[in-house]
Ligand binder design. Structure first.
Ligand code: HGY
Ligand code: MN
Ligand code: MN
Length: 398
């Protein structure tokens, strides 16, 4: 099987034009946005040209299906509100190139997927979570984005294209190529990472409800300031996590909405995202205890109300030994030893797909470890090396 690096890079750059931010190579292509739907339509055309059968499922995940049983490759083409050009896109275009190369070589049969809302506008890897059966479409439809739009409303933009869910039984396995999105390969000078495990995640919204009042006349000791409660909560969990977390554990408050969001009003309400990740499901549960107790303690001490939104999450998942072995052998043959085994601290659709079939992942380096930012990038020579390692693994798996 001979991949075509020029054709691969040209398609990768073409996909970048959809939602180009104008800052470096960055993109703004959140799930169901105009740019996302247009990018999927363009991808569908490329899949068709490659001889694949185009199919959208009810979530808007886009498949290019080979006839009969096949191996599934891919990732996602939606982005964060400010995203890089490679996060997800790389895995989809690499999959397309391997499918074309395999067809030209007379086999094996390769199908391609771009899952919808991997970046979690509505949840956590929403498209593949619904496909895996872990969340029903009916439940998912009630999820809202940061601005209150429901998934049901957003899905309407793709309703005309949607068919049924694809039967996973036709796939022998799934391999997802991705950028590392962290610093380790770049720092070590390695060109490929073969993933051992993907961490688990928990994610929910928390709201402190206090008392909205005048910022000039309300004495400090009489305030029920929702933002001050959030500040106290943030400090308290950091202190209480000390006996629970490891250096690999991470937690993030990435979104905060204050009401009514004005300079001269003591905020009466603070709604914020609380997300935490670790490779150990027990630790994730202990962190949840700390978070809920700390929020209650802060609310009680300051006379506010606290409420918790639905808890979303994915369990830690180990990669399949056989598929991982094929990636390792291919990396060993093609990188002169410049590869390593590593866990994934980012979430991926592969976690959900593992419910249905064996999965494996490979990484290429992220320059300076930057991702979920317009500055995200990878050397083209590394992108092509990763593509070749992926193709080599598919040949080995037959
Ligand atoms: O957040 C993640 O790890 C993924 O990029 N959605
Ligand atoms: Mn991604
Ligand atoms: Mn991402």
């Amino acid at each position: 099987m001979k991949v075509n690096p020029a054709r691969f890079l040209s398609d990768l750059h073409a996909l970048r034009q959809f939602g180009a931010s104008g800052v470096g190579k960055g993109i703004v292509r959140p799930a169901y946005s105009e740019a996302d739907v247009a990018a999927r339509a363009w991808l569908a055309g490329r899949f068709k040209e490659a001889g694949l059968n185009v199919h959208y499922d009810p979530m808007g995940s886009l498949f290019g299906l080979a006839d009969g049983p096949s191996i599934l490759l891919g990732s996602h083409s939606d982005s964060q509100p400010e995203g890089g050009w490679l996060d997800g896109a790389l895995g989809v275009i690499a999959a397309l190139e391997v499918a074309r190369a395999a067809k030209e070589a007379g086999g094996p049969a390769v199908s391609v997927v771009s899952f919808q809302d991997e970046e979690g506008r509505f949840g956590v890897t929403t498209g593949s979570t619904v496909w895996s059966g872990a969340l029903s479409l009916e439940e998912a439809d009630k999820l809202t984005d940061r601005t209150g739009v429901t998934l049901a409303q957003a899905r309407e933009s793709m309703a005309l294209m949607a068919g049924d869910f694809v039967d996973p039984a036709q796939f022998s396995g799934f391999i997802e190529m991705h950028i590392e999105q962290g610093p380790w390969l770049d720092q070590a000078g390695d060109v490929v990472g073969v993933v051992t495990d993907i961490v688990g995640i928990r994610d929910m919204r928390i709201t402190f409800e206090g008392e909205q009042n005048h910022a000039g006349t309300t004495p400090m000791h009489l305030r029920k300031d929702a933002f001050q409660a959030l500040g106290a909560f943030n400090a308290l969990i950091a202190e209480r996590f000390q006996n629970v977390v490891t250096p690999q554990t991470v937690w993030t408050i990435g979104h905060v909405k204050l009401h009514p969001d004005a300079h001269s009003i003591v905020p009466g309400r603070a709604t914020f995202s609380m997300q935490w990740r670790d490779g150990d499901a027990n630790r994730l549960a202990r962190m949840e205890d700390v978070i809920r107790r700390a929020a209650h303690d802060v609310a009680e001490a300051r006379e506010l109300e606290v409420t918790f939104g639905p808890m979303l999450g994915l369990e830690p998942v180990a990669m399949d030994a056989k598929s991982r072995g094929a990636l390792e052998a291919s990396a060993q043959a093609l990188t002169e030893g410049r590869w390593r085994l590593m866990p994934s601290g980012a979430l991926h659709d592969a976690t959900n797909v593992a419910q249905h079939m064996p999965v494996a992942m490979l990484f290429v380096p992220s320059i300076n470890g930057i991702s979920h930012a317009f500055e995200e990038d990878t050397l083209e020579v590394d992108l092509v090396k990763g593509l070749e390692v992926l193709a080599g693994a598919i040949e080995r798996l037959g």
